[in-house]
Design a protein around this ligand. Structure first.
Ligand code: NAD
Length: 352
């Protein structure tokens, strides 16, 4: 018999093709009238649509969000918010744009409406990772969690396939680590398995035709479910490694998740065989770590840390940072074990 605690993190979620058209009503629903629009740099079409729909609600716009949410950028935008008496943030973009929205909302107390254009899942979590002085610091607070999320499937239409693949694996990583989390519970298991199934179905469809909304709809749904897993339970070794490689070595977020995930799954597999079997079943594959590796390779990768710019000379320091503090993970995290894992990820060896 299982014993568990489940805490939900409420937000209003609107899902479907064309749903961004309701943005002005959602802002008014929050009783806001002076909006700052944050837009990712490569989502100009989506941002133009939102700008037009907001009409007179729009007061200011900022397009300069940076990956890993540097505090210096947040502080600059906070000054503009005060000058313009902003009472709500609307963000259109990936996890970096959402991260800036959360950092601003946490400091100013204004409400957020997020329109995600990747599958990172940050929009449904109360978690914020910020960088300052070469270190990434994560905090969690109900004041960080966005009030409203609009998942418009049409907003993912122009995604380059490499971004779609790596971002979907970022979502997969949330679901996988949720399944073996110390505080795992039946609700999160169900969400995670549904997300894993949708990702296993959605990624191969991307290669066939990105114009077909079915694969993107599967992946956007998975982004929400997997993001909810991330919000609900603690993550393990995989997220720690990606946090260090992104925050301290400047590697890009979703590609790092993509390369590292099969290797962490292989590291943990023997400690949680039942979980790995359930993941393999959901992905319709024989063994989970190799199945995830093959899914990524067939979709065009990346499969090596080397191609993301990681230097072999930095692996010892990365292993030290990953093992500096202890945290829950199914298998004991040792410096030697992590160094070996990073070596395999650097080379892109297919896990057994
Ligand atoms: P991102 O937001 O940095 O986007 C990557 C690139 O893709 C950017 O150049 C962006 O402009 C572009 N892009 C985004 N959507 C696009 C689209 N539809 N079409 C074309 N180009 C598009 O990347 P990400 O992986 O979404 O987010 C990474 C950030 O999110 C990291 O800082 C990470 O720490 C954070 N994150 C936080 C959480 C959380 O819960 N706190 C969860 C996941 C990710």
């Amino acid at each position: 018999m299982r014993s568990f605690v489940y805490t939900s993190h409420p937000s209003r979620v609107i899902f479907g093709a064309g749903r961004a058209a309701g943005i002005a009503d959602e802002v008014r629903r929050l009783r806001a009238s002076r909006v700052l629009l944050l837009a990712g740099r490569h989502v100009t079409t989506q941002a133009a649509q939102i700008e037009e729909s907001l009409g007179s609600l729009l007061v200011d716009r900022f397009d300069g969000a940076v990956m890993h949410t540097p505090v210096a950028v947040t502080e600059r935008v906070l000054v503009r918010m005060a000058e313009h008496d902003i009472d709500a943030i609307v963000a259109v973009g990936g996890g970096s744009t959402t991260g800036l929205a959360k950092a601003l909302a946490f400091r100013s107390g204004v409400d957020q409406v997020i329109l995600p254009t990747t599958f990172a899942g940050s929009e449904v979590t109360p978690v914020l990772g910020e960088t300052s002085g070469g270190t990434k610091v994560t905090r969690s607070s109900p004041h960080i969690q966005p009030e409203t999320v609009i998942y418009d499937v049409d907003f993912t239409a122009g995604m380059p396939i490499p971004l779609a693949v790596t971002s979907a694996i970022n979502a997969l990583a949330h679901a996988v680590e949720a399944m073996y989390a110390e505080n795992a519970n039946p609700i999160v298991d169900a969400l995670a398995l549904e997300a894993i199934t949708a990702i296993g179905r959605g990624i191969p469809l991307l290669g066939a035709d990105l114009a077909d909304p079915e694969g993107r709809s599967d992946l956007l749904l998975a982004a929400w479910l997997a993001g909810t897993c991330l919000a609900s339970v603690g993550m393990g070794l995989h997220h720690k490694i990606c946090h260090v490689l992104g925050g301290s070595f400047g590697l890009p977020h979703a590609p790092v998740h993509t390369v590292v995930l099969p290797h962490v799954m292989a590291y943990n597999a023997a400690s949680v065989p039942r979980v790995m079997d359930r993941i393999a079943d959901a992905l319709i594959t024989a063994t989970a770590p190799a199945g995830v590796y093959d899914l990524i390779a067939a979709a065009g990768g990346p499969t090596t840390l080397a191609e993301l710019g990681m230097a072999e000379a930095d692996l010892d320091e990365a292993a030290r940072l990953v093992t500096e503090k202890t945290y829950p993970n199914p298998r004991e995290v040792t410096r030697v074990g992590v160094r070996r894992l990073l070596g395999e990820a650097l080379a892109g060896t297919r896990p057994e």
